[in-house]
Design a protein around this ligand. Structure first.
Ligand code: NDP
Ligand code: ZN
Length: 351
């Protein structure tokens, strides 16, 4: 089979590989549509998770099942499925402790294009099929379904990590596709005011439609100065970080009221340390929590988030700015994600 792979840090291309083997609890699937993620860019061009040789890229897709193992109960060949980017081993101790995303070690629930070949491939392997796949609702298109692999669950996880409550004022730093889903999630959780940070005009427009009420640009001065000016110097209750870099946490802490919480889902692709400002962190006693996490993955989350889209409560279509047809366009879509032209939110390739 052919797959589009990271050959080494900074180099990618098509390679031939053996079709993966299906274990008793596993499934082999073929993509119906795939989406490119900013994380693919961090992995390939920044080498953010270290060197990888000839590893097939990609972790966002929806798919058709072509083979299942002897112990798989709920899926069969021909089923069209939602595939989460994070596919934990559900019988691990970490999953039993509530941290499925770290099953087998830190971040090890993230298997596609990290510990094994990803989904930019004619066929790919899914561990624990009953625990990780979900049937694709018939009224969700394959293109929209790709947004359920990672963008919706990750953006929403940022909202969970920030513990957004009714009436909160929430700052969402970064309104690419992940941050847009954090805006949507904060809105659904009852935020009264959502301040969005970002500059791409179509992202700003989408953020407004998803419920953002105020907008600031990180290019027009510090985030904290602008947020404190907007909030009469009080700051915000919660911050979701879905963009920026290591330095962004300094601003996030400065924007937060005492007792506030930061939920980070940004993948910090470079830098060595995250600095926390001592005074604004209440000299260590400000009850300002910083939570950073990988989304949990798994079937239940896929089914629940899928049902939000299926029921018309969440429209993911505005996230998809570019649609291509055919494997030949994977490279073009990947490079587009790296270069982030002004009109880009998310590129999808229909297979
Ligand atoms: P994008 O690059 O599309 O969006 C990033 C956003 O951050 C944009 O709105 C951008 O603004 C803004 N931004 C850029 N620089 C700064 C800055 N210095 N300060 C504040 N805001 C800034 O990314 P995605 O939405 O695709 O992904 C966001 C992050 O989430 C990535 O790091 C990605 O790897 C990560 N991720 C994490 C996952 C997880 O499970 N934890 C899963 C998937 C993704 P502008 O409008 O100017 O471009
Ligand atoms: Zn992703």
């Amino acid at each position: 089979m052919k797959g589009y792979a990271m050959l080494k840090i900074g180099e990618s291309g098509w390679i031939e590989k053996e079709r993966p083997q299906c274990g008793p609890m596993d499934a082999i699937c073929k993509p119906l549509a795939i989406a490119i993620c900013t994380s693919d860019v961090h992995t390939l061009w920044e080498g953010a998770i270290g060197e990888r040789h000839n590893m097939i890229l990609g972790h966002e897709c929806c798919a058709q099942v072509v083979e299942v193992g002897s112990m798989v109960k709920d899926f069969k060949p021909g089923d069209r499925v939602l595939v989460p980017a994070i596919t934990p081993d559900w019988n691990s101790l970490e999953a039993q402790a509530g941290y499925s995303m770290h099953s087998g070690g830190m971040l090890a629930g993230w298997k596609f294009s990290n510990f094994k070949d990803g989904v930019f491939s004619e066929f790919f392997h899914v561990n624990d099929a009953d625990g990780n796949l979900a049937l694709l609702p018939s009224n969700i298109s394959p293109v929209d379904a790709c947004m359920l692999s990672d963008m919706v669950p990750t953006g929403f996880h940022g909202v969970e990590l920030a513990d957004v409550q009714f009436g909160d004022t929430v700052l969402v730093i970064g309104i690419g596709p992940v941050g847009l889903m954090s805006v949507a999630g904060a809105n659904m959780r009852g935020a009264s005011r959502i301040i969005a940070v970002g500059t791409r005009p179509n992202c700003v427009e989408a953020a407004r439609d998803y419920g953002a009420s105020d907008f600031i640009s990180y290019k027009d001065g510090t985030i904290e100065d602008q947020v404190l000016a907007l909030t009469d110097g009080k700051g915000v209750d919660k911050v979701v970080v879905a963009g920026g870099g290591c330095e962004t946490f300094e601003s996030a802490v400065k924007c937060l009221k005492p007792g506030g919480k930061i939920g980070n889902v940004n993948y910090l692709g470079s830098g060595t340390y995250v600095n926390i400002p001592r005074v604004e962190w209440g000299v260590g006693m400000g009850h300002k929590q910083i939570n950073g996490g990988l989304m949990p993955g798994g079937r239940l989350r896929m089914e629940k988030l899928g049902s939000l889209v299926s029921a018309g409560k969440l429209d993911v279509h505005p996230l998809v700015s570019h649609v291509f047809e055919g494997w030949d366009h994977v490279e073009e879509a990947l490079f587009l994600m790296r270069d982030k032209p002004k009109d880009l939110i998310k590129p999808v390739v229909k297979i």
